[in-house]
Design a protein around this ligand. Structure first.
Ligand code: SAH
Length: 235
């Protein structure tokens, strides 16, 4: 459950985010309610999902998720990275993005909220996915609004420990993206183990988390060179 202190920090996050958003275009949403529902509550769907599982569910990551190593790929303005880091003080939380200015804004927000356990990695997923410091290292890799599923899987799966999870936030065209990711899932050893539907309040509608388990090591040829996973997705 979220403590009253965590709830205070989540509300504070909305304020510091809106301040940063005036300087830098982090989000098209520019009012407190939209950021709260569309970004903060949407990010926290992952915690609701894990809390909904029984202790013996095969969909739970190895060990307890509260103590897991998380990586948020294409974290942008810090979603789901920052809400998760507020609510998971004992986890190891990393964000990755190719835009340094966005990471600088996240660092300022994390400092303002005293989130000392957040670390940030600057660069392209296609390159960092071959770096031994990050490849196969994370229990849970998250991605929201990063790319269509086939590209997203090639960007993200290399970072997941075998046996760990990749979680994709999706709202539209889910069936199509699932169909068009069959080859990417087979090549990158990502097995769909669960999906979690949730409804955001105030008419924001239904969304889904897709949860994949990485069943084996990523073949050495993935991810392909910068730009290729997006331009020529595995289909
Ligand atoms: N996850 C955030 C931001 C989504 S926008 C949210 O939900 O609000 C997508 C982000 O992914 C952008 O900030 C962009 O810089 C980053 N990105 C896109 N392609 C990338 C790549 N190949 N490697 C690393 N970051 C990438």
């Amino acid at each position: 459950m979220i403590s009253s202190e965590q709830e205070r920090l989540l509300k504070e996050l909305v304020k510091v985010f809106l301040e940063e958003n005036k300087k830098l275009n982090l989000s098209a949403m520019r009012d407190e309610e939209s950021i709260w529902i569309g970004s903060v509550l949407d990010s926290l769907a992952l915690l609701d999902y894990y809390k909904s599982l029984s202790a013996f569910s095969p969909a739970l990551p190895a060990g307890r998720f509260q103590h897991s190593a998380f990586l948020d790929v294409g974290t942008g303005g810090g979603f789901p990275l920052l809400p998760l880091s507020i609510c998971l003080p004992d986890a190891k939380i990393c964000g990755m993005d190719s835009t340094q200015k966005k990471l600088d804004a996240i660092r300022r927000m994390a400092d303002a909220l005293h989130l000392e356990h957040v670390s940030l990695i600057s660069g392209r997923a296609e390159e960092l996915g071959h770096d031994k410091r990050y490849r196969d290292q994370f229990d849970i890799v998250t991605a929201r609004a990063l790319a269509p599923l086939n590209t997203l899987i090639e960007f993200c799966a290399p970072f997941v420990k075998p046996g760990g999870h990749l979680v994709a936030w999706k709202s539209m065209k889910i069936e199509t993206e699932l169909k068009e990711s069959l080859l990417a899932r087979a090549e990158l050893r990502c097995h769909l183990v669960d999906s979690y539907k949730y409804v955001l309040p105030e008419g924001w509608g239904e969304r889904q988390l897709l949860i994949f388990e990485k069943t084996g090591p990523t073949p050495a040829k993935y991810p392909r060179d910068i730009g290729v996973p997006k331009k020529t997705p595995l289909v």
